[in-house]
Design a protein around this ligand. Structure first.
Ligand code: UD1
Ligand code: CA
Length: 470
């Protein structure tokens, strides 16, 4: 009986190393981020594109931190496929894969192995490697690439084009050091084959490590068939080892993301000054102006124009908005809203349709109703503002008494005069007015005017009376 269903397929990600050259005291290598996503997050994302039945992550250095981070940030689909394997001591890549032997004891499919520090890897490249492996029925298939400077990498040794072995940099002779084709650290193995060979690995080499790459040489010696796929673009498959490489890779990633959005119908003015995170979602005909960062899970609706110089994080912006020179975090902004210049929208803020938030206005846990305006110089915190309200220049909510936060509610049509100080808790009824310069400490019923300031005193002839007498 032949088995026509696709062979079973799993992925292992090696992420136990410390990443000494990152020189971090707090963050394990694979948790450093590029374009708003951790290195391992990028690798997991590319891996999910292949719909593996399981993704085994091998962790060691800061295992708990890596696991917590991924479990907290990963999607439910990802989490449902994740398995965690601990490698207590980092004795080499071969030793890392040996840790899978108990978990995969009865697994009969192919296992793709990926280093956890290769953030630019694309699903398409992994898919090509997998297809080559499965269609040509290799025992192992490796992803290689050619680089101008192969220092530090395992070299691909060939004889008459035919793959012979991988020799690690530290173990290479003078001639092998010249080879520019290198091992990327991405492979597909037939697991039943790899399973037999892992116990045969030795650590008698320059680094005293169990090299996974030695398995491949043994396979060749035993006349097993080895495939290679060469990645066209070396930058896609290279690992990050230092902060400098992290920055270079992030630059490439930002360019890739920008190209994607322009291709999808978004206008970017001077893309080199625009930084869009991996998980941002933009509709067609969005226009982004220079100096803008769109971060986290930000979404922007069609026809909106953002920038110059905005930082928007984890926020949803509706259609046809205009946002200039502003900072927005965890806010929800509906269609046709105008924001800025120099507005600051803090978490849990909602701005309804066609509302306006002008210069030097800060909103925190604020709900600004449809068509309402806070045009200048305000702090509005813990407020519920109805529709068609006008918040005068310099209106300040005193929402914090030093111990607790209190709320202010304004029904539709409320008008606050310039320089109003609103001491929470307060409720303003429909169409209530606050006179300019007032300190308001009591509720205002619908249609009322609240005056909270002393009456003006005018002294006729006062300046004349001060002049020195001759
Ligand atoms: C490895 C390859 C080399 C290849 C290079 C590509 C071997 C022996 N060499 O070298 O041919 O050119 O990757 O980047 O495999 N890791 C563990 N546990 C360990 C050791 C490593 O999980 O005990 C993980 C690391 O966290 C890292 C990956 O495996 O994600 C690669 O390890 P690293 O030490 O960087 O291998 P290289 O020496 O760079
Ligand atoms: Ca490496």
């Amino acid at each position: 009986m032949s088995n026509l269903s696709s062979p079973s397929f799993a992925i292992a990600i090696m992420a136990a190393g410390k990443g000494t050259r990152m020189k971090s005291e707090t963050t394990p290598k694979v948790l450093h981020t590029l374009a708003g996503r951790s290195m391992i997050g990028h690798v997991l994302h590319a891996s999910m594109g292949l719909e593996p039945e399981k993704i085994h992550v091998i962790v060691g250095h800061c295992a708990e931190q890596v696991q917590n981070f991924v479990e907290t940030n990963g999607s439910p689909e990802l989490r449902s496929r994740l398995g965690w394997v601990e490698q207590k001591e980092q004795l080499g890549t071969g030793h890392a894969i040996m840790q899978l032997m108990p978990v995969l004891e009865n697994f009969k499919g192919s296992l793709m192995i990926v280093n956890g520090d290769v953030p630019l890897l694309r699903s398409e490249t992994l898919q090509l490697l997998r297809e080559t492996h499965e269609e040509l029925d290799y025992a192992a298939t490796l992803l290689t690439t050619k680089v101008a400077d192969p220092t530090g990498y395992g070299r691909i040794v060939r004889h008459h084009q035919q793959f012979v072995k991988i020799v690690e940099h530290k173990d290479a002779n003078a001639k092998e050091l010249q080879i520019q084709e290198i091992n990327t650290g991405v492979y597909v193995f037939s697991w039943p084959v790899l399973q037999q060979y892992l116990p045969k690995l030795s650590n008698a080499n320059a680094k005293g490590e169990y090299y996974l790459t030695d398995v491949i040489e043994m396979l060749v010696q035993d006349r097993m068939r080895i495939g290679t796929v060469t990645a066209e673009n070396p930058l896609e498959v290279l690992g990050v080892n230092s902060r400098k490489e992290l920055a270079e890779m992030e630059c490439i990633l930002h360019r890739r993301i920008n190209d994607h959005w322009m291709e999808a119908g978004v206008t970017l003015r001077d893309p080199s000054s625009i930084y869009i995170d991996s998980q941002v979602d933009l509709a067609v005909d969005v226009e982004i102006l220079p100096g803008t960062m769109l971060q986290g899970r930000t979404k922007i609706g069609s026809g909106s124009r953002i920038g110059p110089n905005c930082q928007i994080r984890n926020s949803a912006i509706g259609e046809d908005c205009e946002i200039r020179f502003s900072v927005i975090e965890q806010a929800q902004i509906k269609a046709g809203v105008q924001i800025g210049p120099y507005a600051h929208l803090r978490p849990a803020t909602v701005v309804e349709k066609n509302a306006k938030v002008g210069n030097f206005v800060e909103l925190k846990k604020a709900h600004l109703g449809e068509n309402s305006k806070a045009s200048h110089l305000s702090y509005l915190g813990d407020v519920e503002i109805g529709k068609n309200c006008n918040i005068g220049a310099g209106t300040i909510t005193c929402n914090y008494d030093g111990a607790q936060k209190h709320k202010i509610t304004m029904e539709e049509g409320v008008f606050t005069g310039s320089n109003s100080t609103l001491v929470a808790p307060l409720n303003f009824g429909k169409d209530a007015y606050v006179a300019a310069g007032s300190v308001i400490t009591e509720d205002l019923p619908a249609g009322s005017l609240g005056l909270g300031r002393s009456r003006q005193v005018t002294k006729e002839g006062w300046s004349e009376s001060r002049r020195p007498r001759k």
